[in-house]
Design a binder for this molecule. Structure first.
Ligand SMILES: NC(=O)c1ccc[n+]([C@@H]2O[C@H](COP(=O)([O-])OP(=O)(O)OC[C@H]3O[C@@H](n4cnc5c(N)ncnc54)[C@H](O)[C@@H]3O)[C@@H](O)[C@H]2O)c1
Length: 449
C-alpha cells in the first residue's frame, strides 16, 4: 500500500472511530431513533431504508446504546486523566503567568527539540537560560532573551553554581525543561561502566540536581512548570538501548514522584508538571540509528512537532502527559497487556535497533579489514574462511542463529540457517535462498568465483 493510501486509510479509520465513540454523535442518533420527534425519525428512516425493518432498527438501537456507553466512559476517563495530570486543578492558572516576566531554564537547548522549545518561548517574550555543553548555535544567536550558560548537567556542583548565576542575571525561573539527553545503541553486555554512569548522570541524576536547584523558588511562589522530556521508552523497554530506556523510565518515575511531593509535601499544588514521551524524532541524537530506522519504515516525528507540543502545553498553563504521536497512547498500557503481547511489542521495537547495532559492527569490521589490507598489503585472512561467512550471516537482521548446516560442495559453499534478508545483507558473498526459503547458502567469493 502506498504511503498516501495508508495515510488516507488511517485518517478514515480515525474519523470513523472518533465519530462512533463520540457520545454527541451516538447520543443524538439514539435520541432520534427512540424518543426524538417522529418527523425527524421518519426522515432518517426514509433516508436509510434498512431501518424500516423493525428487527434492524432494534439491532441498530442496541449497537448505538453500546457505543454511547463506551464513548461516555472514554470521555469521563479522559477528563479525569487530564484533571489528575493537572494536579486536580479545575481553575486555569493563566492569570498568574505573564510571559514577558517569566524565566525558563532549558537544559540541552542548543540542539534538536530543546533548541526549538527555546525559540518558541523566546518569541513569546519568555527569558530563557540555556544550560548546555555545546556552544550556542548560530540559530539562537542575536536573541536578547536568550542567555547561554556552559554547564555539564551531570555535575551537581556545576548545576548549583549555574543556578546561582541564572538567578543573579535573569531572576527566579518559573519554567524548568529537563530536556538534555544522550543515547548510543549497544547491547547490555557491551556497555562500559563509564558510559553507564554517564548516561544515568545526564539523563536521570541531573533531574535531581535541577529540581534541587530550581524547585525551592517555585515552591515558595507556589508557581512553576516542570517539563520532563522523557520518551516512549519510559513505557517500552527497547533491547539494544536498554541503558537509555532504563534512564527514561527512571526520569519518568522522578517526574511522577516530584509532582506528588510538590502537591502533598510542599503544599505547592499550583506547580504544573508535564512529561513528554515522543517516539523517534529526527534530531542528531538518533543519527546512529537513522538509516536503519528509515529502512524499516519506522515512524518519525520532526523536532518542531515535539517542541511545539511542549511550548503549547507550557503556554496553556496546565500540566499533562504528552504521548507523541497521540495514536501511540496505547503503549502506556503495555504492562497491563498479556505477556505474549508485551514481548511482541518489545520485540518489534528491538528488531530495528539491534539491526542498526549489527550494521555498525559490520561497518567497523569492514573498516578494520580495509585498514589491515592497507597496512599489510594483503587481504584479511579471515575474509576467505567459512567461519567468517557464517559470522557475517549471523549479523543479518533476521538471523541470530546462523550456523553451518551442510557443506554443499568442495568449492566452499555452505548452507546456513538464515532468512530472506540474508540475500540483501550479505554483500561480498554469493548468497541465495535455498528451496525451503528458510535457509540461505553462503558461498565465499574467492578470487576464482
Ligand atoms: N530524538 C529522539 O528520537 C528522541 C525521542 C524521544 C525522546 N527524546 C529526548 O529528547 C531530549 C532531547 O533530545 P534531542 O533529540 O533533541 O537530542 P539532541 O542531541 O539534538 O540534543 C540534546 C542536547 O543535550 C545536550 N547535552 C548532552 N549532554 C549534556 C550535558 N551533560 N550537559 C548539558 N547538556 C547536554 C547536547 O549538547 C544537546 O544540545 C532528550 O532527553 C532525548 O532523550 C529524543
Amino acid at each position: 500500500m502506498s504511503s498516501t493510501l495508508s495515510k488516507l486509510v488511517s485518517l478514515l479509520a480515525t474519523a470513523v472511530s472518533h465519530a462512533t465513540l463520540n457520545p454527541a454523535v451516538t447520543g443524538m442518533l439514539l435520541w432520534i431513533l427512540t424518543i426524538g420527534p417522529a418527523k425527524i425519525r421518519n426522515r432518517l428512516v426514509n433516508t436509510v431504508s434498512a431501518l424500516r425493518n423493525p428487527q434492524t432498527l432494534a439491532r441498530v438501537t442496541k449497537i448505538l446504546k453500546g457505543l454511547l456507553a463506551l464513548g461516555l466512559t472514554r470521555s469521563i476517563n479522559k477528563t479525569l486523566n487530564e484533571l489528575a495530570l493537572n494536579g486536580y486543578r479545575i481553575n486555569n492558572e493563566k492569570r498568574r503567568w505573564k510571559w514577558n516576566e517569566e524565566i525558563a531554564v532549558v537544559t540541552g537547548g542548543c540542539s534538536g527539540i530543546g533548541l526549538l522549545v527555546v525559540k518558541r518561548l523566546v518569541l513569546k517574550g519568555v527569558k530563557v537560560a540555556i544550560l548546555d555543553i555545546q556552544q550556542l548555535p548560530p540559530a539562537l544567536q542575536g536573541y536578547a532573551g536568550i542567555q547561554f550558560f556552559s554547564c555539564d548537567i551531570a555535575d551537581p556542583s556545576a548545576v548549583a553554581s549555574t543556578a546561582d548565576k541564572v538567578r543573579a542575571t535573569l531572576g527566579l525561573p518559573t519554567i524548568l525543561v529537563n530536556n538534555a539527553g544522550i543515547t548510543e545503541p549497544h547491547p547490555i553486555l557491551d556497555t562500559s561502566p563509564e558510559y553507564l554512569r554517564k548516561i544515568f548522570d545526564v539523563n536521570v541524576l541531573s533531574h535531581w540536581y535541577t529540581a534541587q536547584a530550581f524547585l525551592p523558588d517555585m515552591i515558595q511562589k507556589n508557581k512553576g512548570h516542570v517539563v520532563t522530556v522523557a520518551s516512549l521508552g519510559s513505557f517500552v523497554t527497547v533491547a539494544g538501548m536498554v541503558d537509555y530506556t532504563a534512564t527514561k523510565q527512571a526520569s519518568f518515575s522522578l517526574h511522577e514522584g516530584l509532582a506528588v511531593e510538590a502537591r502533598l509535601k510542599h503544599k505547592a499544588s499550583n506547580i504544573l508538571f508535564t512529561s513528554v514521551h515522543p517516539i523517534w524524532v529526527r534530531t542528531p541524537l538518533i543519527n546512529p540509528l537513522k538509516v536503519t530506522l528509515e529502512a524499516a519504515g519506522s515512524k518519525f516525528l520532526e523536532p518542531a512537532e515535539v517542541a511545539n507540543a511542549i511550548a503549547e502545553q507550557i503556554l496553556k498553563c496546565s500540566g499533562g502527559q504528552l504521548i507523541l504521536p497521540a495514536s501511540l497512547g496505547w503503549l502506556t498500557w503495555i504492562r497491563g497487556l498479556p505477556n505474549w503481547l508485551q514481548e511482541r511489542v518489545r520485540g518489534k521495537f528491538a528488531t530495528t535497533v539491534l539491526a542498526s547495532i549489527v550494521k555498525r559492527e559490520r561497518e567497523a569490521r569492514t573498516a578494520e579489514s580495509q585498514t589491515n589490507t592497507r597496512s599489510h598489503g594483503a587481504t584479511n585472512p579471515r575474509a576467505n574462511s567459512c567461519a567468517y561467512a557464517i559470522e557475517e550471516a549471523q549479523q543479518c537482521t533476521d538471523i541470530y542463529s546462523a550456523q553451518l548446516v551442510q557443506t554443499l560442495d568442495p568449492t566452499q559453499r555452505y548452507v546456513v540457517s538464515a532468512g530472506r534478508n540474508a540475500t540483501k545483507e550479505l554483500k561480498g558473498f554469493n548468497v541465495g535462498l535455498s528451496d525451503r526459503k528458510t535457509l540461505a547458502y553462503v558461498s565465499l567469493k574467492t578470487s576464482s568465483s
